[in-house]
Design a protein around this ligand. Structure first.
Ligand SMILES: Nc1nc2c(c(=O)[nH]1)N[C@H]1C(S)=C(S)[C@@H](COP(=O)(O)OP(=O)(O)OC[C@H]3O[C@@H](n4cnc5c(N)ncnc54)[C@H](O)[C@@H]3O)O[C@H]1N2
Ligand code: MOO
Length: 422
């Protein structure tokens, strides 16, 4: 079996190509379920916003032409939610914010600009009869802008206009707009399913009993969480055998059962005597290659297409160390999910290194770090790919390029944000 040697960019390109094999599923989801997902097609406004001409102020609806300075008779009030009668010319109607502007009225005078500057009692107390003698003095036409404080139908969004754009991510603002348009579901990219496989005799699902030499499976939980953040669903399989034939059979059964869009394995791919993933999948029927990428952690990698019942299913084999698994996801899988499936991209920045750091020649080193608001980044924990404590504390990954064997304090290094800066 030939082994590849690739740069980070070369392997990222291989992974991106593999992910292009996966169809992008779309569907309509209720607004609450669509949150965080990417809109799959433009959404057209079925109604205008505002839905009808309405008042922006509590005040009087009037025809600007009637503002001569003479006191005007006060017509019946128009509360929000009313289907108002047309304005009788020469009168003004008390109107509340959001209430429909009656036909014939073209201007709203806010209550503060009226004399008196409070509504008469028959307006504020709905049990009182209308007072035909009530009058109010409003500013003259020259003092108001015709059309003032009228929110025109369709002035926010016209019916038939694109309200939500394909490619945008649904957030509270988009959900609010959809709701205002009476829309209850949105076309979005939905969740493909990945099959996550933990391998190794030593690995026990959390909640189980640890025997001698055994550890809990961190990787499938870490990967499931990373995928969930990226909008994917996942199913998990723990294969506690180092026997390639048994592994291949378990993998096949799981693929047939859950028909995943992608298979991710962790462990069993480096130079040991019992590398179950490599031994089982390096077989001729599958088109999966194993090798090393010039990166630390996450050097050992496998990638290719599984052939199961004539279906080609992309598979990525990540190294077993948990930090290696995390870094592999961030460096290879996340960018491909961003490109094709609308996953959120990480923010990348340049930060100043707090203290000197050594780095292996010829490999991109990815160190866990804390980036401060001052733009200074401090490496935490060592380079070891088993160090889950500092990974959980980190808010950044710092990249030290393959040509650098020692980065000096103050060096400006590419830094990927994986958490919040506090
Ligand atoms: N002679 C060599 N040995 C190793 C090399 C090498 O080049 N030559 N590479 C090292 C590097 S780098 C890594 S990374 C690991 C990768 O090994 P595998 O992918 O084959 O993974 P395993 O050997 O199965 O496990 C490695 C490590 O991770 C633990 N592990 C595995 N699965 C899980 C899991 N689901 N949750 C938590 N921890 C897990 C496992 O117990 C091992 O400690 O190989 C080096 N060796
Ligand atoms: O590359 Mo391994 O992934 O360092 O520990």
């Amino acid at each position: 079996m030939s082994r590849f040697r690739r740069s980070v960019a070369e392997h990222a390109a291989v992974v991106a190509d593999l992910l292009r094999e996966v169809p992008v599923p779309t569907g309509e989801l209720a607004l609450a379920d669509a949150l965080g997902r990417v809109i799959a097609a433009d959404v057209v406004a079925p109604i205008p916003l505002p839905v009808f001409d309405n008042s922006q102020m509590d005040g009087y609806a009037v025809r600007a032409a009637d503002l001569t300075g003479a006191a005007l008779p006060i017509a019946r009030p128009i509360p929000a939610g009313a289907a108002g009668a047309p304005l009788v010319p020469g009168t003004c109607a008390p109107i509340m914010t959001g209430a429909p502007v009656p036909a014939w009225a073209d201007t709203i005078v806010p209550i503060e600009a009226a004399v008196p500057d409070a509504f008469p009692p028959f307006v504020t107390d709905r049990t009182r009869p209308h007072d035909d003698d009530a009058r109010v003095t409003l500013p003259v036409a020259a003092e108001v802008t015709p059309g003032a404080f009228v929110r025109r139908a369709g002035s926010d969004i016209a019916a038939g206009a694109v309200a939500l754009r394909a490619g945008d991510r649904v957030g509270p603002r988009h959900a609010g707009l959809a709701a205002a348009l009476g829309i209850t579901g949105l076309p979005v990219l939905t969740a493909p399913t990945a099959l996550l496989i933990a391998t190794g005799d030593e690995v026990v699902a959390p909640g189980g009993e640890l025997g001698p030499g055994q550890i809990f499976d961190a990787n499938t939980t870490l990967l499931a969480a990373s995928l969930a953040e990226a909008g994917w669903a996942s199913e998990t399989l723990t294969v506690d055998t180092d026997e390639p034939k048994d592994f291949a059979a378990a993998l096949r059964a799981a693929v047939v059962r859950c028909a995943p869009a992608l298979v991710l394995t962790s462990g069993g791919i480096s130079a040991g005597a019992y590398e179950v993933v490599k031994l089982a999948l390096g077989a001729a029927e599958h088109d999966v290659e194993f090798g090393s990428v010039a990166m630390q952690p996450g050097g050992p990698q496998g990638a290719g297409l599984l052939d199961i019942d004539d279906r080609a299913i992309p598979l990525l084999a990540f190294p077993g160390n948990p930090v290696s698994t995390f870094v592999s996801f961030e460096m290879f899988l996340r960018p491909a999910l961003v490109e094709r499936f609308g996953a959120r991209a990480r923010t990348s920045t340049t930060a100043r290194l707090a203290a000197a750091a050594d780095s292996p020649a010829g490999r991109l080193q990815v160190r866990r770090a804390r980036l401060g608001v001052d733009g200074v980044v401090e490496l935490i924990g060592g380079a070891g790919s088993h160090l889950l404590g500092p990974l959980a504390e980190a808010n950044a990954l710092v990249l030290i390029d393959p040509e650098t064997t020692r980065a000096e304090p103050g060096a400006r290094l590419r830094t990927i944000l994986i958490g919040e800066i506090q």
